[in-house]
Design a protein around this ligand. Structure first.
Ligand code: ATP
Ligand SMILES: O=C(O)[C@@H](O)C(=O)CO
Length: 430
């Protein structure tokens, strides 16, 4: 059987978030890290029995030309695997800047697919992301009033997604508003036909509930390309007859030591770090200025971990308040600080695996990308959901052992995520 849905995710936490929603909507999903090497036969690999394949890229904050090139390579592979529809997954907070990459990648995929129209919606109501009149809300506040206004790489200061996307595209951007979505799939299809005659390339779609996403899913059945956060995955699989299922893939039993590596500076991760510290468990703070000064901070973190790993989860974090992050960025530059921290945390993760960690929580999309690449993981099996958008996954390590890993989006997860995740995995009470 060939792949129904081919997905391209612009970061690592986002890819597992999407895979999780597709699994829960009844699809068998394979998540691949990066595009398989040229010459790999798509029918001779695990994608052969998958209903959906999610290709994981780290293309959210790289220069737009690089993101386009990687996305087109992924598209080519997915089409060769037989994908009938393409899903470009970006962040539920629409993380991008006028320089990209959501609009630029969307248009490149449209051109390659020879299609003149697509939809765009980051709505994910289960995680408080709703879109109304084209404006994105995070919980009860507009995007521009949420913690995302301080994001170190993609500060989101405009909540009007029509204007945000329009600044990134050559074709005009339109809106399918809630009044239309509420009327059902036929009304959405009629609006799409109207927008097409007006030359609109992509339309932001309002959605404030899962029912809206189900209606939208049915309406976009015939589109070659859809673009969204993970929420639309709630509504799409039904187009092929899949039904929601709570039977996520069973992962093998977890063993080994436990650790958390947090490089996210989002509001939810800040709360989770505070909560972990309040329990008195061992935690090591990574200071970017020390890395920049030439100290071997990764070695210091691992020496700290050596003392505590035998007693339970150890946290290594660079998570800081927005003010502290701004101050570091002012001294080092935002991209440079990000890169230094990511590379250090990736080395820490490698060292933790060498020290017997087999249950690893990673917080932050960019951070997850750096860690997964450093660990040489090539694919993830999706297991049970810890919190909306965050499943446990399993991956073979290059040495043959199984690593249980969860890639937590910066703003996802409850306050006690860093301990609750292990409790769920091992079935032990706290
Ligand atoms: N103390 C710090 N000072 C400056 N930059 C930091 C600091 N800690 C982390 N960073 C950088 O900030 C960026 C955080 O991005 P990341 O994607 O990992 O987290 P996030 O944006 O919260 O998560 P998500 O993308 O899943 O929402 C990374 O590049 C990281 O290296
Ligand atoms: O959509 C989201 O918010 C997440 O899956 C994500 O992409 C965070 O990086």
């Amino acid at each position: 059987m060939s792949v129904r849905l081919g997905c391209i995710a612009d970061d690592f936490t986002g890819a597992t978030d999407l895979a999780n929603n597709l699994v829960r909507a009844g699809m068998r999903v394979v998540q691949l890290i990066d595009v398989p090497a040229a010459g790999t036969d798509p029918t001779a690999d695990p994608a052969a029995d998958a209903d959906a394949v999610v290709i994981t890229l780290k293309s959210r904050t790289v220069p737009a030309a690089e993101a386009v090139e990687a996305s087109l390579r992924a598209l080519e592979w997915l089409r060769a695997a037989g994908a009938e529809q393409i899903y470009f997954k970006y962040c539920s907070t629409f993380d991008s800047t006028p320089a990209g990459n959501i609009g630029q990648v969307t248009e490149a995929l449209m051109d390659a697919l020879g299609t003149d129209f697509t939809v765009a919606t980051p709505a994910f109501p289960d995680n408080g992301r709703t879109v109304f009149k084209g404006h994105l809300f995070v919980g009860d506040v507009l995007l521009s009033e949420s913690g995302m206004r301080h994001h170190p790489l993609t500060p989101m200061t405009d909540s009007n997604l029509v204007s945000v996307l329009d600044a990134q595209t050559t074709r005009p951007t339109g809106l399918i508003d809630h009044e239309v979505v509420a009327q059902g799939a036929d009304a959405v299809r009629a609006r799409i036909a109207q927008l097409r005659t007006q030359g609109v390339g992509a339309a932001i779609v309002d959605a404030v509930s899962n029912d809206d996403l189900v209606r939208l899913g049915a309406a976009v059945k015939e589109l070659a390309l859809v673009t969204a956060g993970s929420g639309l995955a709630i509504g799409l699989p039904a187009n092929w007859g899949f039904e929601p299922s709570s039977a996520a893939a069973q992962l093998p039993p977890a063993c080994g030591r436990q650790a958390v590596v947090a490089g996210s500076v989002s509001a939810a991760t800040n709360g989770q770090v505070r909560e972990f510290l309040s329990t008195g468990r061992p935690a090591f703070s990574v200071d970017p200025l020390r890395i920049a000064a030439g100290e071997d901070v990764a070695a210091q973190a691992l020496a700290f971990a050596d003392k505590h790993l035998a007693d339970g989860p150890v946290l290594v974090y660079s998570t800081e308040s927005p003010d502290a992050v701004r101050s570091v960025q002012g001294q080092l530059g935002a991209a440079e600080a990000g890169e230094l921290v990511e590379q250090t945390l990736a080395r820490v993760a490698q060292g933790l695996i060498q020290r017997g960690v087999r249950q690893l929580v990673v917080a932050g999309g960019e951070t997850s990308g750096a860690v997964v690449q450093a660990l040489g993981l090539t694919g993830l099996r999706i297991g049970g959901q810890i919190d909306p958008g965050v499943p446990w996954c399993a991956a073979p390590l290059p040495g043959g052992d199984t690593l249980h890993i969860t890639l937590k989006s910066g703003n996802f997860g409850g306050p006690d995520f860093f301990t609750a995740a292990f409790t769920l995995l091992t079935g032990e009470s706290k």
